[in-house]
Design a protein around this ligand. Sequence first.
Ligand code: NAG
Ligand code: NAG
Ligand code: NAG
Ligand code: NAG
Ligand code: NAG
Length: 325
Amino acid sequence: MLHLIPLATLLLLSHATATPLTDPQPLPLIIWHGLGDNYAADGLHEVGDLAIKTNPGTFVYYVRCHDDPGTDSRATFIGNLTEQLAQVCEDIASHEILSTAPALNALGFSQGGQFLRGYIERCNHPPVKNLVTFGSQHNGIAKYQVCGDDDWVCRSWISLLKGHTWSDFVQSHVVPSQYFRATNFSTGDPTPEYLAHSNFLADINNERARKNTTYAANMAALDRFIMYVFANDTTVIPKESGWFAQTNISSGEVVELRDRPIYQQDWIGLKELDEKGGLVFETTSGGHMTFEDDVLEHVFKTYFAPTTTAHWKGAGADVQELMEL
Ligand SMILES: *[C@@H]1O[C@H](CO)[C@@H](O)[C@H](O)[C@H]1NC(C)=O
Ligand SMILES: *[C@@H]1O[C@H](CO)[C@@H](O)[C@H](O)[C@H]1NC(C)=O
Ligand SMILES: *[C@@H]1O[C@H](CO)[C@@H](O)[C@H](O)[C@H]1NC(C)=O
Ligand SMILES: *[C@@H]1O[C@H](CO)[C@@H](O)[C@H](O)[C@H]1NC(C)=O
Ligand SMILES: *[C@@H]1O[C@H](CO)[C@@H](O)[C@H](O)[C@H]1NC(C)=O
């Protein structure tokens, strides 16, 4: 993994400029990027920089499956999510700075949103306090996205999916297939193939007969879960997946989360979270991953500002730069 400067050195170096301990410090922020992107991308770091500017002292960690940006980007298409997530959990739990925090805030873009939910449900060490997702596929996708003309990685893997979504080979190698969700056209119920073979989504949404109560407890323990949908998203089909809604892609009819069994029988703690006011449905204008002016700043101010209920001494102002050397 990353070649890190020993923590003792970092703390020594940052000592002189550290903010007084009496001020509440913002919790570290973990950001998980979307399909085709990588943890070192400029656009992603602009988001992180804005988070730091909005809440000075925030330590930002960009979630990655690999230290090489190209390999990290490829891992957004290719890999077994069970293994990717286990690796991410281990990286975060053993991280020199993150592991010293009482809690984290989390920001997920597109598929990174449901993967962060996987982190919370399966690992949550350290626990997440507020989760914000933008254009995520919480209720899966009903169709694969259209790849760019010269995006050969996307094209070659998507072509492999045709008719093979539920094979073990595809489910352990093609990332989007692991959150593909097939439903019966006339009943709207998930298909037996999906329930039997989905390597990720059917599990983290607790859709199988045997429920994991830890998943529900960890989600219900969040302070807030804020779900943004892009009003004109045509990449995520259906876009209402970002709110856990189910859409009949033939008629366009939408069944909202609160009218679905996952909520009513509280399979993953969303009802409990909603009843304490922690579930937030938001819309922002534009297509997939196009950000309205100030929407991110609004999110950082509203949900990730320091609070007196999560005490942390902070990482020190210089640590971010030193860790990125
Ligand atoms: C439920 O999930 C937790 C967290 O990943 C895991 O430790 C536990 O073994 C799971 N329980 C069952 C019954 O699968
Ligand atoms: C994905 O990896 C896990 C852990 O190694 C393994 O148990 C599982 O069988 C793999 N999934 C598929 C569909 O092969
Ligand atoms: C959809 O559900 C109906 C009613 O249960 C059933 O008769 C039909 O076979 C199912 N279709 C598929 C493709 O599984
Ligand atoms: C989805 O919409 C089509 C009409 O476009 C309808 O025939 C079908 O029964 C609907 N499915 C469900 C589950 O409502
Ligand atoms: C978004 O979609 C609406 C309705 O389909 C349309 O009127 C509007 O022009 C679109 N806006 C953008 C920014 O594409």
